[in-house]
Design a binder for this molecule. Sequence first.
Ligand code: FE
Length: 331
Amino acid sequence: MKKLSMILSIFILCSCVSESNNELTIYTSRQPQLIEPIIEDFYKDTGIKVNLLSGNAQELMERIDIEGEDSAADIFMTVDAGVLWQASERDIFSKTDSEILENNIPNHLRDPNNQWFGFSKRARTIVYANDQFSESDFSTYEDLSKPKWSGKLCLRTSKKVYNRSLISSMINEYGFENAKEVVSGWVSNLATEVFSNDTNALKAVSSGQCGVTIVNTYYFARLLGDPKYDNLSIFWANQDDRGVHVNISGAGILKTSKNKANAKKLLEYFASEDAQYFYASANKEYPVIDDALIDKSIKSWGKFKEDTVNVSMLGSLQKQAVYLAQEVGYK
Ligand code: FE
């Protein structure tokens, strides 16, 4: 029943699907209001109208499979490289060769086979209570597994793809067994049950239930300006080694698209310097191109060194990450 109502709501959201050449349709699990301003600008510049059909990533991928050749979708857009990797495993993307995409988007933020591309960067790092700790207390994700953090750590559930991707990045860096030791240390240090979302983990740190957590920075950005959360500070993890774990929101052109040339134009538009600012700042994320402006509300956090492992690795190691979390009882 839930599924049926989801499918119905998808239809209501987009009653405007068309296959005409001057229209494109994006199936997106990234919230539509984050991309609407950019596709309006794209329409003004090119005369190409973009329709959005919004829904849950897994359901949209299923729908693309079911619709097959008849699908009106030209582009699949989603968050987390793990999901983009799954989409390419399902063989729904075509290859898009574009000098603009290759030049503008760093290697590690796109699929090595050019099936999908990252258009914003999502950093997942440490946020701590500055009324309990100071900057010098922190160093790495791994350090949070040490006994000194016992009863101080709050985490979101490992069922969320963001944490699976973070664990994947650790498996990639130093192998399954070492990563398992780290995550097992986290679990022993938990102050509370795991949270269903990053925002509640942040609130628990602010209220003193725990002292530190790991979140995507845009969730912290949403709390900025509320004096209640002035006791939260960000810490860029692992700056002396591999850098902060970054993930992406991204998109690729579908195999079944009848408008691949226009779809490519739109992806290239997303990767342009101006659009990059709007695309990233709409959700207080980071642009994928270095020269693009960063939202002013998060500028004070400064620059950070990021892990440059190719984000497709976060997908291919996902199964191991799930297994690892189960093994150590990280719910
Ligand atoms: Fe999120």
